[in-house]
Design a protein around this ligand. Structure first.
Ligand code: ATP
Ligand code: MG
Ligand code: FE
Length: 350
């Protein structure tokens, strides 16, 4: 069966076609980053309007790339939450209208389930069960993933997400939105040992994170350096970027390893935008090699938001028998706030 998937939860419009047997057939993506950059962050109303402009041309592009016609589509999947309400409504209404017009089932997908399962789009493909480190712009969570629809939350951030920590410190350093990739680029020319930044909760016994103190520490350092004669030098700025990246990566890696130790599992899967970070990839690859474990990342272009992971999550749910394909009712709602536990199989981790 071919699933047509739509993602519009934030500032990327993504459309994709995934076959339950053959995997990803085609995907197309439009990022609104350039549009939001001058405001230093995502403007919800502009995001919704742009999703409306992009979604149909992207759909045509996907069908053309995969050489498909509307008749080939067996079901539709869309991000129903969490995310920006207006933005979510665009993907949800297009998906539901399409499904209604063709008499097809429409599958509401949890955005984080999309991120979580996206490393399964790569090869080699991780076997269940595994530990997932989900590090995106809005979430930082460690999960035990036993099967599709069987997710157990082990720990999460108590305040800022890792991506948010990257973005906020990058902003302090005068870098463009979204700061994660920019900060990471600047860090390559810096010395991470130049400044000793805190690694919050590094040695705590739980699997939770806390990143808000880091940004305050960076701000304090920055103000000190700016007050010195001559002000902040480019090298100091690069060193601060490198030290920030090292602090975030150290905590993420340490907690991911702790989760593996606690559960006795040997496979780690990293998902979400911060999973594109080179230092994190290197550090985890080394740590897992030393433990004779395996680490899996999504393909680089599928780390941040995209339609492929949503269509793919739809396909996996169909294959796992979690979708009622006879349900072609089209009343729908979006869920700007939505707990991932709510999409678990009945009876799993209440
Ligand atoms: P959520 O999925 O929680 O709703 P989101 O969809 O906005 O949030 P993603 O698209 O998964 O999040 O990821 C975006 C985040 O990833 C941003 O915070 C961005 O700065 C960060 N990011 C992207 N590339 C890198 C990188 N190379 N290094 C560090 N951070 C990065
Ligand atoms: Mg985004
Ligand atoms: Fe996301």
């Amino acid at each position: 069966m071919i699933i047509l998937g739509f993602e519009s939860s934030c500032d990327e419009t993504g459309v994709a076609a995934v076959c339950t047997e053959r995997g990803l057939l085609a995907h197309a993506l439009h990022s609104q980053i350039a549009m939001h950059r001058e405001y230093g962050g995502v403007v919800p109303e502009l995001a919704s309007r742009d999703h409306i402009r992009r979604v149909l041309p992207l759909t045509t592009e996907v069908l053309q790339k995969a050489n498909l016609s509307f008749d080939d589509i067996g079901a539709v999947a869309y991000t129903a939450g969490p995310g920006l309400a207006g933005a979510l409504l665009v993907g949800a209404s297009v998906a539901q209208s399409f499904a209604w017009a063709r008499g097809l089932p429409a599958i509401a997908i949890h955005h984080l389930e999309g991120h979580l399962l996206s490393p399964l789009l790569a090869s080699p493909r991780p076997q269940f069960p595994f530990i997932a480190l989900l590090v995106s712009g809005g979430h930082t969570q460690l999960m035990r993933v036993n099967a599709v629809g069987d997710y157990e939350l082990l720990g999460e951030t108590l305040d800022d997400a890792a991506g948010e920590a990257f973005d906020k410190t990058a902003k302090l350093l005068g870098l463009d939105y979204p700061g994660g990739p920019e900060l990471s680029r600047l860090a390559q020319t810096g010395n991470s040992a130049g400044y000793d930044l805190p690694r919050p909760k590094l040695h705590s016994h739980d699997l939770d994170f806390s990143f808000s103190g880091l940004k305050t520490a960076v701000l304090t350092r920055l103000r000190q350096l700016e007050r010195e004669p001559g002000g902040l030098t480019p090298q100091q700025r690069a060193d601060l970027a490198a030290a920030t990246e090292a602090a975030i990566v150290d905590v993420l890696a340490a907690k991911a390893i702790k989760a593996l130790k606690q559960t006795g599992l040997s496979r780690l899967v990293v998902a979400g935008g911060v999973g594109a970070n080179r230092r994190l990839r290197e550090k985890l690859s080394q740590a897992l090699a030393a433990r004779h474990g395996q680490v899996f990342f999504p393909p680089l272009d599928l780390c941040t938001d995209n339609g492929a992971m949503i269509a793919f999550a739809g396909a996996l749910r169909v294959k796992a028998g979690l979708v009622d394909l006879s349900d072609t009712g089209h009343a729908f709602t979006v869920k700007p706030r939505w707990d991932l536990q709510d999409v678990c199989r009945p009876g799993v981790h209440p």
